[in-house]
Unconditional design. Structure first.
Length: 81
């Protein structure tokens, strides 16, 4: 019975599974901007660090990828196998 109650609306809790990835994407974007701001490229020849938008997006993508690695997956018994 208790198991049926938790499976009524599985979509409601599905966003919580991606929470670490979303948080790390935001942290990575902030880190990318801070890298541009404090380290950056003075001459403008560095493709990643000469533009704040590119370094922010790059940091966000790296944060999302790291978050995807640590995001817990579904167990076999939860998938119905």
């Amino acid at each position: 019975m208790e198991q049926d109650a938790s499976n009524k609306n599985p979509k409601q809790n599905s966003w919580k599974r991606y929470l670490p990835m979303m948080i790390l994407a935001v942290v990575g974007a902030i880190g990318g901007y801070l890298y541009y701001r404090f380290v950056g490229c003075v001459s403008g020849t560095c493709p990643l660090t000469s533009n704040p938008y590119i370094s922010t997006v790059y940091g966000g993508v790296l944060g999302a990828l790291i978050g995807n690695i640590i995001t817990p997956g579904k167990k076999k018994e939860d998938q119905g196998a």
